[in-house]
Design a protein around this ligand. Structure first.
Ligand SMILES: Cc1cc2nc3c(=O)[nH]c(=O)nc-3n(C[C@H](O)[C@H](O)[C@H](O)COP(=O)(O)OP(=O)(O)OC[C@H]3O[C@@H](n4cnc5c(N)ncnc54)[C@H](O)[C@@H]3O)c2cc1C
Length: 523
């Protein structure tokens, strides 16, 4: 993954690409992997860093979606459960099984959720992760030592998958490159070009580092800009009716002591009728999420005060120990690229299924779905794009394609387990320079070798890329991440050949960004 080399090839290219993909989130990167592994020539451009959008801001679940079952969306759940199984098969270093307990405080909850979760097990078929069971009060307490005990009757346990979203995305980026795709971060598509017949025949992109604008001719352009898909569509169709009904969800992160025992809590009905999770993740506790319709789609969405209060209040109902604003280590916000179903629909009830839309100019947009189903969405989008561009038919191979880093015993790499087989190369860096093993902060395990690795092998260009997405420091503990910024900048500067001015600016910019992940006193 060498940005300079790939940029040079993209600029020099005169022949049309088979496919140009706009957007480097889960869906766009999935398309790059799918198309390249079929043998098509693909260029992907991302306006910021890979995963800057929604794909680093999810709840980190690889799941069928228990709540969609309640809405009767059986085929959607079955499809997602199948994809959950394929993802664990193809990226076992990143997808792990996680036990969830639905705590029961009313007499009817055990039979009700017990039966519902049995159906969930059955729908998974041979892709199952483990059998759900009704638990006694004592068994529930053994699983969830920090749960509120007053009125607790028992619980229902079931199993789903968990992952590190930004890390999977970076591993998919490496997979795309290995399969022959060319991918560029910090390269927004600024215009769509049209041929004499009026059809879209390429994009204009800008390299934000060098400032050069260049054309990329294409047989088909695929818009995978997630919540910002309508902005890309409007480059060609200024009056296009919006496809997306954006809705934001926030998560609060606490230290690991709020959820001891390694089991997650699933609350099937909050006071606003939603599902809420409290999940152990990288030795911390992540609690979320909300569903708030919004009108703008910024790259750095901000939490609303009532969203923070709502999560604190809901968590407080279920946790034994008091939970307060001062306990929040980080808050992160993502925007769902939900597809509109007509005026006035409430976003929580909008379908999580994906949509493929083709504008009259031939611009293909793929939106909706969820992280868990990115592979299936990519397969569908590439099938449609290949037909639209009259490319020779080539079968999809991603059902059995290993994701970069594939390793069956990655847990043996301890803190480096999420890197899978790349952990061996990071260990080599440490062997050559033992000081790189030192953690950058006492609160988090990230070490200097990870910074060097990300800058050298994973196209990290800024301190934010490393602290937000190559490692998850910003999402886990925003204050600690701010304190890690100077050493991260120093190591990056050494690797990328940058000067002291660059370092100072990077630290300043990162600290300004990280302020948005801190929660101050109310008011
Ligand atoms: C709060 C929340 C929790 C979620 N939890 C889960 C979960 O637990 N499990 C699950 O399966 N799913 C979950 N999802 C859904 C999942 O995260 C999304 O469906 C998925 O990440 C969307 O990916 P995407 O590629 O469509 O969008 P994005 O990740 O937003 O990617 C789009 C990219 O396009 C880029 N872009 C935009 N315009 C341009 C341009 N002009 N040029 C170049 N690039 C451009 C953006 O910068 C962005 O990086 C959750 C979503 C939210 C909001």
């Amino acid at each position: 993954m060498n940005r300079g080399e790939m940029l040079g090839r993209a600029i020099a290219r005169r022949e049309p690409w088979d496919m140009v993909v706009v957007g480097g989130g889960a869906v766009g990167m999935g398309i790059a992997v799918d198309a390249a592994s079929r043998g098509y020539d693909v260029l992907l451009v991302e306006q910021h860093d890979f995963g800057k959008g929604t794909s680093s801001r999810s709840t980190k679940l690889v799941h069928g979606g228990v709540r969609y079952l309640e809405q009767g969306a059986v085929s959607l759940v079955m499809e997602a459960l199948k994809e959950r199984g394929l993802l664990r098969q193809n990226a076992p270093h990143l997808v792990t099984d996680l036990a969830f307990v639905v705590p029961n405080y009313e007499w009817w909850e055990a039979p009700f959720y017990g039966v519902g979760l049995k159906v969930y097990d059955l729908l998974a078929g041979r892709y199952g992760f483990g059998r759900s069971e009704v638990l006694s009060r004592d068994e529930t307490l053994a699983r969830l030592p920090t749960i509120k005990t007053e009125g607790l009757r028992g619980g229902v346990i079931y199993y789903d998958g968990q992952f590190d979203d930004a890390r999977l995305l970076i591993n998919l980026a490496a997979t795309a490159v290995e399969q022959g795709a060319l991918i560029l971060n910090y390269t927004p598509a600024t215009a769509l070009t049209r041929g004499a017949d009026g059809f879209i025949d390429g994009i204009v992109a800008r390299d934000l580092e060098g400032g050069l604008e260049f054309g990329a001719p294409a047989r088909v352009v695929v818009n995978a800009a997630g919540p910002q898909s309508d902005r890309v569509r409007r480059l060609a169709h200024p009056d296009a009716e919006p496809l997306i009904a954006p809705s934001q969800g926030i998560h609060l992160v606490f230290d690991g002591s709020f959820l001891q025992g390694g089991t997650a809590i699933m609350v099937p009905h909050t006071t606003d009728g939603r599902v809420m999770f409290a999940i152990p993740w990288h030795d911390h506790t992540v609690v979320g999420t909300t569903d708030t319709a919004i009108s703008d789609v910024p790259l750095e969405p901000r939490p609303q005060e009532d969203e923070i209060e709502f999560i604190l209040e809901t968590a407080g109902r279920y946790l034994h120990r008091p939970i307060a604003r001062e306990d929040i280590l980080s808050v992160f916000v993502g925007i769902r690229p939900l597809v509109r179903s007509g005026p006035g629909a409430n976003t929580a009830s909008l379908s999580r299924d994906h949509t493929i839309h083709i504008d009259p100019s031939g611009l293909l947009t793929v939106a909706g779905g969820k992280w868990t189903t990115y592979r299936h969405m990519a397969e569908d989008a590439v099938d449609h794009a290949a037909t639209l561009a009259q490319l020779p038919e080539k079968p999809c191979v991603t059902r059995t394609l290993n994701v970069h880093g594939f390793h069956r015993q990655a847990e043996n790499f301890r803190e480096l387990s999420v890197y899978g087989s790349d952990a061996l190369l990071i260990e080599d860096l440490i062997r050559a320079e033992p000081s790189l093993a030192a953690p950058l902060h006492s609160a988090l395990p990230c070490c200097g070798a990870e910074v060097i690795w990300a800058a050298r092998a994973e196209m990290a260009r800024t301190v934010e890329d490393i602290l937000a997405r190559r490692t998850r420091a910003l999402f886990l503990n925003a204050r600690a991440a701010m304190e890690m910024a100077p050493e991260t900048a120093r190591l990056m500067a050494r690797e990328l050949g940058r000067d002291a001015g660059w370092q100072a600016q990077q630290v300043e910019e990162f600290r300004a960004l990280a302020q948005g992940y801190l929660v101050g006193p109310r008011g």
